[in-house]
Ligand binder design. Structure first.
Ligand code: SF4
Length: 339
């Protein structure tokens, strides 16, 4: 960034305000002082350009508490942004999320700060793979997790989130369902339905890493701890959970239970968010970092707002968008959309 044109006082005030919020996540005042000029400039440009910033819960606290208008999970954020009058959506998240925002808001410009923010699940499958699956299993409905590209959604009969995956699978009268791309989530669904679920071999690089030993260790160290597990984890880990579901469900559980200790078995960003938002509770145990989510930075958000490159502007061809939207609309029938 060029030389800051904000006064020392403005920078200090912004840094102190941010530090007060995020100190529980380990950030120092010096670090917040470095973030402050970027935050001030992002927030100025946001107003000037009529933009909203969406931050997924796995983003870093400087982005979430310094710049975001909405924080949450991918579909919830895209829906909220579509209801605003903003002309520009900056999605601090990964590519499939920005595509989902574009599917729901075709008239808005959607920007993805880091063009390297992919996703191991989304990238595990292409539209051609889905077409081949459909040839192999004719007449079998295809349900895709929201963590897929627009092209894959366009080839699917319905989309789903981690919160409503089972409900969406049950919408169909057929006894066989193709569920993609998350192999571990498929196993978790298979454990709850009588239908035969045909799986794909995608994995989330974050959630596949958790194991039962980590959970047992935390349970020994913090007797009575509540274990909240994302359903992208292995079924053996899900089995040890007091609650399993998506990020919104995990947040709701922590908010509404009076227990003292919680382990959020998911990406580290969610535990950090909880430390800021539920300071009276303790979030313990280990977590994993998503290398894709962490590609976004304040610098990239600022650059994208100022002068986005062609690659940062997310486009979805209209034919694909309409088909993908149909798959998302089918999911809406379940009335339970959070990830
Ligand atoms: S946490 Fe997993 S599913 Fe989410 S963006 Fe990262 S790799 Fe993809």
């Amino acid at each position: 960034m060029e030389k800051s044109f904000y006064s020392e006082e403005e920078v200090k005030k912004t840094a102190e305000k941010l530090h007060e919020k995020i100190k529980k996540t380990g950030f120092s005042l010096e670090e917040c002082m470095a973030f402050a000029p970027l935050i001030l400039e992002i927030n100025r440009l946001k107003k000037e350009k009529n933009a909203v910033i969406l931050a997924h819960s796995y983003q870093t606290p400087d982005i979430i508490y310094g710049t975001a208008d909405f924080v949450g999970d991918s579909l919830e954020l895209s829906r909220k942004a579509s209801e605003t009058k903003a002309g520009i959506i900056v999605f601090a998240g990964v590519k499939f999320m920005a595509e989902t925002a574009k599917i729901l808001s075709p008239e808005k410009t959607v920007l993805l700060p880091s063009i390297e923010a992919g996703c191991s699940l989304s990238e595990s499958i292409t539209a051609k793979d889905v077409q081949e699956l459909k040839k192999k299993y004719p007449g079998v409905p295809v349900v895709c997790y929201v963590n897929t590209s627009a092209e894959v959604k366009a080839e699917s009969d319905a989309c789903c989130t981690s919160a409503n995956a089972l409900q969406v699978v049950e919408i169909f009268k057929e006894n066989e369902i193709i569920f993609l791309p998350d192999n571990l989530m498929t196993k978790n669904i298979q454990n709850q339905t009588k239908k035969k679920i045909i799986s794909w071999n995608g994995l989330c690089v974050v959630h596949k890493e958790f194991n039962t030993q980590q959970i047992e260790e935390v349970k020994r160290k913090y007797p009575g701890v509540k274990i909240l597990v994302h359903t992208e984890c292995n079924p053996t880990v899900v089995e040890l959970a007091d609650f399993s579901g998506g990020t919104s469900g995990m947040i709701k559980y922590a908010e509404t239970h009076s227990d003292e200790n919680f382990m959020m078995v998911t990406e580290c960003g969610l535990s950090d968010r909880m430390r800021v938002e539920l300071p009276e509770k303790k979030f313990v145990g280990t977590c994993e970092l998503c290398p894709y989510m962490k590609k976004n930075t304040l610098e990239l958000i600022l650059q994208a707002l100022k002068n986005p490159s062609q690659e940062q502007i997310i486009e979805v061809p209209e034919e694909i968008r309409l088909k993908a939207k149909k798959a998302i609309d089918r999911m809406m029938e379940t009335k339970n959309f959070s990830d």
